[in-house]
Design a protein around this ligand. Structure first.
Ligand code: NAP
Length: 291
């Protein structure tokens, strides 16, 4: 069994991005600039946003963190988004999800200018993804593609089972794995909470990508010998023995599944750092397209 080490792979990609930023600056250009909008005080969201800002600093990007109050009206948030759309010194921005319940997420996603939508959630960018046109790919699935590619995983002709059909992970992932690209060219099955013969299908997977949001749901009896397993899930579980007071688990029961795998991504240190690096890749692309 080999680890799909997202930390090491993302460090390698960050070094490549840093070199490109240095080249832009050396030729008189300005560094890419990413902004992150955070509404409210959700602890996990703040952690994710801070990690994104820190990653920007590591590769030489400009970054801005825009914090807005939990009770901001939808109209005021949309006005802020319009301001960011018009900004000429910003290449891309993200609005960290989830948003407070009184704000319609889809209205916000659709208000972001597609040219600055480095999370790749705007319908125009998702449409381009389906058509295999150049665009910003959704950060988590894009990060997983890069994790597979950089670790030399052959996906062509393989049976890939994607567990979960969310708009941000499972659905785009299943489309990307089936496109005529590398990575891609897999035969894809997507399963969800209404799937009846779940285990029968997961046992057929050469590549199993799990994004269901259920801690340690995937057990060894659900995985084929030699499979590649990518675990997207992240769960904070209280743990009084840890200094932090919690530990992180994935959607896969790592200890018992790992011995059956040819490759498996750990949690933490797997998909998480790759999602951040995919966001950086998209921001660099936005900078390149705007200059
Ligand atoms: P989500 O929106 O809750 O979607 C979960 C999907 O899993 C749904 O499509 C659901 O089916 C399906 N599902 C739930 N229970 C199932 C079961 N027993 N069998 C088969 N399918 C089942 O979740 P998400 O946003 O995609 O996130 C999934 C996990 O990844 C979460 O733990 C999240 O925290 C994590 N995540 C990590 C990153 C990262 O950077 N590492 C990024 C994004 C998300 P239905 O559609 O039928 O309800």
């Amino acid at each position: 069994m080999k680890l799909l080490d997202g930390k090491a792979t993302s460090d390698q990609i960050k070094a490549e991005i840093k070199e490109k930023v240095q080249a832009i600056k050396a030729s008189g250009g300005r560094a890419p600039h990413l902004a992150a909008v955070l509404v409210g005080n959700n602890g996990a969201s703040l952690t994710y946003v801070n990690a994104k800002v820190k990653a920007c600093e590591e590769v030489g990007f400009e970054s801005s963190l825009i914090r807005l109050p939990e009770d901001i009206t939808e109209a005021d948030l949309l006005a802020k988004i319009e301001e960011l759309n018009q900004s000429t010194d910003l290449d891309g921005y993200i609005v960290q999800l989830p948003l407070p319940k009184h704000i319609h997420e889809h209205k916000v996603t659709e208000a972001i200018a597609p040219s600055k939508d480095v999370d790749g959630f705007h319908p125009a960018n998702l449409g381009k993804m389906v058509l295999n046109l150049p665009t910003f790919l959704p950060a988590t699935p894009y990060g997983i593609l890069q994790l597979l590619e950089k670790n030399g995983i052959d996906t062509a002709g393989k049976h890939c089972v994607v567990m979960g059909r969310s708009h941000i992970v499972g659905s785009p992932m299943s489309i990307l794995m089936g496109r005529n690209t590398n990575p891609g060219n897999a035969t894809v099955t997507m399963v969800h909470s209404r799937t009846k013969n779940l285990k029968e299908l997961t046992l057929q997977a050469d590549i199993l990508i799990v994004a269901i949001g259920k801690p340690e749901f995937v057990t060894a009896d659900m995985v084929k010998e030699g499979a590649v397993v990518v675990d997207v899930g992240i769960h904070r579980i209280d743990d009084a023995t840890r200094k932090s007071g919690f530990r992180l688990l994935g959607d896969v029961k790592f200890d018992e599944v790992a011995p059956k795998c040819s490759y498996i991504s750990p949690v933490p240190g797997g998909v998480g750092p790759m999602t951040i690096v995919a966001l950086l890749s998209n921001t660099l692309l936005a900078r390149t397209l705007q200059s």
